[in-house]
Design a binder for this molecule. Sequence first.
Ligand code: NI
Length: 378
Amino acid sequence: MNRDEDLEDKLISLFQWLHAHPEIGFEEKNTTARLRDELEQAGIEVLDSGLPTGLIARITGTRPGKVIGLRCDIDALPIREESGLPYSSQNEGRMHACGHDSHATIMLGAALLLNRHRQTMRGTVKIIFQPAEEVIGGAQRVMATGLLDDLNMILGVHSYPGFPAGTLGLAEGSVMASVDRFAITIHGMGTHAAEPQRGIDPIVVQAALVQSLQTIVSRSVSPFSHSVVSVTHVESGSTWNVIPETAVLEGTVRTLEPADRTFIENKIRKMTQLVAEAYDAEADVTWIPGPAAVVNDSALYHVAAKAAKQMGFKVGKPEDTMGGEDFSCYLERCPGLFIRVGTGGGYPSHHPRFTVDPSALYPAAWFFSGLTLDLQDA
Ligand code: NI
């Protein structure tokens, strides 16, 4: 690796500043201002996106080539930090507990490195500092600017506490799940608890439905594909001697395969209808689709794995997760690769003691800039 101590120090101090000043989704004003400053100081063009928070920067080479996106997210979580770091959060109840401070630092570093190659570079690189990944909706806003309509491919970054600094997590195919939400309302008929025959008890329907939904994954989906149906919120009634009118339940569905996603939605709708009907009740299902599964492109995976090894990184396969990521929103436009950067630390993300090993930052920035150049020449 060509070590550049000045840049390394600069990135570490940027990271520590971002870590100390976490802002949650759609409130990333100071974060955006700081990143804009860094880009403009380096003479990197910041596009006029109209985004209230978040940025899209562009580096244009001197020769024709592909349009490659480098995407990071910049928002923090509503968590009270307990890491004990000297650069801990100064914003009460806010914390970079998912490493988005490191993601922004890595992609800023990659931008600075690529900017040095501007005179000889092919194509265009668009660096996306996306707001509001945790609250969902940030990626859609960024896509809605239209500034990424010409992307040919995109690389995403995420910190990974399961590997130490110096290891990259790469995998092809589905690596993060789709994240959908459902809400079901059961309409019964209220009555006195002592005279159930005069009403329709929605709680009995609700209980039957919770049990039935559990059989979708265990009985109807292949054990070789991965999916989850979790009922997480049930509510009905308000006292002990009244059979209520309605019952509601809510939950989430996670899948790695698009076919399972559609199948499970349809199955939930059908089961709800038929179970309600069996008890003479009525029910309606609200389906709230979230991000699709993140599916890594195989060709990009092979180029990245080769580049990582050539650049002296260890490469590992991250543990499978049913967590989601709105990086998939970009993948509806073009192929991409979501790359995990080993950041050590010992605590999982979203934990109040989550930390990122700052020594991972510069090498990761160097990797992303190198891979981008490789992809332009491939
Ligand atoms: Ni995250």
